[in-house]
Design a protein around this ligand. Structure first.
Ligand code: ADP
Ligand code: GLC
Length: 489
């Protein structure tokens, strides 16, 4: 019999995901995949990553060596599993070197013009297949995980492959970062996956006559999580379930929410190299210099007394940018300024540029993706806007809190779990509104602009916001508890 202490030993965890900051990032998923594994390491777990061999990943991993020749798979003539280290955290990472499927320009899911890669099914089937076989101990004789943690639809098939070929003691955990992206493909392509025919049923991957790879995670993972407690409740409802709420309800208590954290190595106003001046709760004056520099950089009027509202976001329907455009008259009427950094939906990009041209010096839009400007924007703004229709967790409001930039958010998902409205004077850290309407958002914008004109109460809120602790260490402790439950049954 094993000694009792062995049973409590921290697990070996393999994270399978399609992006990791700073190598490949389209959104918050990359930030999570970069920060959670090191936090699990700090908590004692042995953690590795599995990533697709996108050029930015294969070319950056340090100390690489081949682990296993997989041979031809999913249309690729040559697939090699390599192991190296992530340059920033030095965490061990496996990368699937399959040039035919992964070595190309453009983004991880789409080409440079925004069109989905036509072979995404094969590209992400390979990611799931390799994850499952690593989990089974079949690809690396020196290491196998106790827990496979798959993220979003891109890695979800790992849970189906593991269920189809149960082998070894590894258990799967699946995290939903965004249920709006489900990985839909033609049902006829199911044959390419090499899964048993029973997996094409509605109790498997079938979804309204298509395949939804997200369902592989939702149906077959031992435990399912999403990135905030409120969103875990929301996705079990038709309003936020994107058609999968029934599947989620059926999983009952197997579904839970664990809040994301902030990576203090990347997001800390005291050490942030992107800022003109660093600042902290004890030296707030630097924040005003950041605001001045940001106004100059964005071509906004250099007015310290004008509240500066900032937004950094993918420009999609999710993010409520249309609500913001409709609420612009209230924002401008209050004497405030607006700076938006984002890219995505062409119509939203054009509407933001039109608003900027119509209100020079008061509204500015930077269309594109710019990591350093995102940092300067979050530091230099007075308020960070997150008026989302749905938001599983949301990271920019957490970064705003850290930087003393008060979040103005809609009461959904992780936004509801992390920001306390100014109405609760003793605990307030920002501004929260309910209805997804221009009127409700306008009302919140006016409240924030009004509060900004009371500098003492504002500073109290800033200091309280900066003292919030949304740490990855807390999240890692919750994931470890969940891994233990998954292993137990
Ligand atoms: P989501 O994952 O839904 O896009 P999150 O708030 O979780 O939303 O994460 C978004 C991440 O992407 C943050 O790190 C944010 O700073 C970053 N980001 C979004 N748009 C841009 C942009 N245009 N330029 C730089 N960073 C951006
Ligand atoms: C998703 C969500 C966002 C979350 C991020 C990281 O893309 O839209 O709310 O913060 O994943 O979990």
């Amino acid at each position: 019999m094993k000694p009792a202490s062995n049973r409590a030993a921290p697990p070996r965890v393999l994270h399978a995901a399609a992006e990791v900051f700073p190598l490949v990032k389209t959104g918050g998923l990359a930030d999570v995949v970069a920060a959670l594994p090191p936090a699990l390491e700090r908590a004692g777990a042995e953690t590795r990553l599995l990533l697709p061999g996108l050029p930015a990943i294969v070319d950056a991993l340090e100390q690489q060596r081949a682990v296993c020749e997989i041979g031809p798979a999913f249309g690729a003539a040559r697939v090699t599993l390599r192991r190296g280290q992530l340059p920033s955290s030095h965490l061990p990472a496996y990368v699937i070197d399959a040039p035919y499927l992964y070595r190309r320009g453009g983004g991880p899911y789409q080409d440079a013009s925004g069109v989905d890669w036509p072979d995404n099914l094969q590209r992400f089937a390979l990611l799931g297949w390799v994850a499952a076989h690593l989990a089974a101990g079949e690809l690396d004789a020196a290491w196998a995980p106790d827990v496979l943690h798959a993220h979003d639809w891109h890695a979800a098939l790992a849970c189906a492959y593991m269920a189809a070929h149960p082998s070894g003691a590894c258990r799967s955990v699946f995290t939903v970062h965004n249920l709006a992206y489900q990985g839909h493909f033609a049902l006829a392509d199911f044959a390419l996956l090499g899964l048993p025919a029973s997996f094409v049923a509605p109790s498997g991957l079938e979804f309204h006559g298509r395949l939804a790879l997200m369902k592989a995670g939702l149906q077959f993972a031992r435990r399912v999580t999403t990135v905030s407690p409120t969103h875990a409740r929301e996705i079990a409802t038709p309003e936020f379930g994107f058609g999968l709420d029934g599947v989620i309800r059926d999983r009952g208590a197997d579904v839970s929410g664990i809040l994301n954290g902030v990576d203090g190595k990347v997001w800390n106003p005291q050490h942030d190299p992107a800022l003109v001046v660093n600042y902290g709760a004890e030296a707030l004056a630097g924040k005003l210099q950041c605001k001045r520099a940001l106004q100059r950089e964005a071509g906004l009027e250099p007015r310290a007394e004008a509240p500066l509202f900032g937004l950094v976001s993918r420009l999609t329907a999710q993010k409520g940018v249309d609500l913001l455009l409709a609420a612009l008259p209230a924002l401008l009427g209050s004497g405030a300024q607006l700076l938006v950094l984002g890219s995505g939906d062409r119509a939203l990009e054009a509407a933001l540029q039109t608003a900027a041209h119509a209100h020079p010096g008061r509204v500015a839009a930077r269309i594109g993706y710019d990591e350093a400007l995102a940092h300067r924007l979050i530091a230099g703004s007075d308020v960070i806007l997150v008026p989302s229709r749905f938001e599983p967790c949301g990271l920019t409001q957490l970064y705003g809190l850290r930087y003393g930039t008060l979040p103005l958010v809609r009461r959904v998902g992780g936004l509801a779990d992390t920001v306390i409205d100014a109405g609760d004077a003793a605990r307030a850290t920002g501004f929260v509104f309910d209805a997804a309407t221009p009127e409700a958002l306008s009302d919140a914008l006016l409240r924030a602009a009004g509060a900004f004109r009371g500098p003492e109460a504002w500073q109290t809120m800033m200091l309280r916001a900066m003292a919030q602790d949304f740490s990855w260490d807390a999240a890692a402790a919750s994931y470890l508890a969940l891994y233990a439950q998954a292993a137990a049954g």
